[in-house]
Design a binder for this molecule. Structure first.
Ligand code: ADP
Length: 462
């Protein structure tokens, strides 16, 4: 894949270079045909006329000497007289293609503008065409005879070095550009191919990718950075999924084996009525734990799958919280917990049943993880657009490392501290998902051993 991208990229770039070359040539050719060619013709006409004037004004000089001298300076000259006698000074013309009428017109006193009329098809190279047609012809009178003098600059003599210089410049530009294109393409394509390799590894299940060019400060660097972030996220999800499955299996397995053990004991003839009662209540407890867990799992999966599960309506959130406190009244008393709260009337747009689940979980946790005779404080405050509800307890607290994980599914903090408390580890992950679906946030502050505060922030109007 990398090869073909490399080849394509290099080919396209080199193609573009050549295309630009052709277009640039066509444009400069138009410029030459429209502007430079007439200027060149004009310049040479002036020179030819000056030569003719010099010959006519200085009849004492020998014309052929003067013309050979001009040829030495850098001109090709062709002289014809009325009788058709021709003389050539300087380098030969490659083609002697003047027509008789061209010559006759000059002998009759006209100026021949071969340069400006030189065919357009020859492009700029017409400038270099060493042909007699590509010259300027002027009439000259010398010792009472009429001559036609055709001149053109000897390009070879005048411009040979420039010619070479431009040739070398042109060739070097092309060769160097191609080399640089091949080189820079590699620089561009290499990270892509590394990304591609990383993608393949990821697809094969190798989730640790770290050889990406994330330090580049361009789009590819950005892509690499988001790619490795994505890989990390996938790895995390993968780990969570595995944990999730193993946790589910374990959490279903242990109550089931408890139930099995106790039902066997129930059938035992030696079990007393008293014991039977105790076993039945344990079995009941395990069954209700299983039932709670399956309810929670069902809720989680529907929260995961469907955003539309949130059915918002306006309701009084403080009444809802007060009702909940009433239903927990007996448990709060039983645990001798001191409860305080500030719940001013407030209406919000939200899903009442889902939010009830949130408060239920936070309150039951504050009770479960509290010390006997501890206290719980609930505060509702609000500003323009948001309200925040806090649950503060004086319980066992959560360590700093654990606060990062308590919202993960099935996560239960340090088993030795919470062993006595029954739980599934799903409650807070449900809470976090519901709050998130409402566009709110949840945060936790905890002083290990000295209590915990959960703060839920919700927008008032959905
Ligand atoms: P669980 O069913 O175990 O209560 P949760 O998801 O509700 O599951 O809570 C996850 C873990 O977070 C709990 O096991 C507990 O260790 C910790 N936790 C939650 N709330 C509190 C709290 N108020 N005080 C101390 N620890 C808490």
């Amino acid at each position: 894949m990398m090869r073909s991208l490399y080849v394509k990229f290099a080919a396209v770039t080199i193609g573009i270079m050549f295309l630009s070359g052709v277009v640039a040539f066509l444009i400069s050719n138009t410029y030459y045909q429209h502007s430079l060619k007439p200027q060149n013709d004009e310049k040479n006409t002036k020179i030819a006329l000056e030569m003719a004037a010099f010959i006519e004004n200085n009849p004492e000089i020998t014309m052929s000497d003067y013309l050979s001298n001009m040829a030495d300076i850098g001109y090709q000259l062709y002289l014809v007289d009325n009788d058709g006698r021709e003389q050539l000074f300087g380098a030969e013309f490659r083609e002697n293609n003047l027509t008789d009428s061209d010559i006759q017109k000059v002998l009759d006193g006209e100026i021949f503008h071969g340069m400006v009329h030189f065919p357009r098809q020859t492009f700029v190279t017409g400038f270099f065409a060493n042909e007699l047609k590509n010259s300027i012809g002027v009439p000259v009178t010398y010792q009472n005879s009429d001559y036609a003098l055709f001149i053109r600059p000897d390009i070879k003599l005048l411009f040979n070095e420039m010619h070479l210089l431009f040739g070398v410049l042109f060739a070097l530009t092309i060769i160097l550009s191609i080399l640089f294109v091949l080189f820079s393409t590699n620089y561009l394509v290499k990270p892509i191919s590394r990304l591609s390799t990383a993608t393949k590894q990821l697809a094969k299940g190798k989730l640790q990718v770290n050889t990406l060019p994330t330090k580049r400060k361009d789009e590819l660097g950005e892509l690499s950075t988001s790619f490795s972030q994505m890989a990390k996220q996938i790895e995390k999800n993968d780990r969570l999924r595995k944990e999730f499955v193993s946790n589910i299996s374990h959490d279903i397995q242990s109550p089931l084996s408890n139930i099995k053990g106790y039902t066997n004991l129930l059938n035992d003839k030696e079990t007393s009525e008293e014991e039977k009662k105790q076993y039945t209540s344990i079995i009941n407890e395990e069954i209700s734990r299983l039932s709670i867990m399956t309810d929670q799992l069902l809720l989680l999966s529907s929260l995961d799958q469907d955003q539309h599960i949130v059915k918002k309506k306006r309701f009084n959130i403080s009444s809802q919280l007060k009702d909940l406190l009433t239903s927990y009244h007996w448990l709060i008393q039983e645990k001798e917990i001191m409860l305080s709260y500030t719940l001013p009337d407030l209406e919000i747009d939200a899903d009442p049943s889902l939010l009830n689940t949130v408060w239920d979980n936070l309150l039951s946790n504050a009770l479960k993880y509290n010390h006997p005779a501890g206290s719980i404080d609930i505060q509702l405050t609000y500003t323009e657009g948001h309200c925040s509800i806090s649950f503060t307890d004086t319980g066992i607290g959560i360590s700093k490392e654990e606060t990062e994980r308590i919202f993960d599914r099935f996560y239960r903090a340090d088993a030795s501290r919470t062993r006595s408390v029954k739980g599934t580890g799903l409650g807070l992950s449900i809470v976090a998902t519901i709050v998130e679906l409402h566009g709110g946030t949840i945060s936790v502050q905890s002083d290990n051993m000295a209590g915990t505060t959960f703060i839920v922030k919700l927008p008032l109007r959905g």
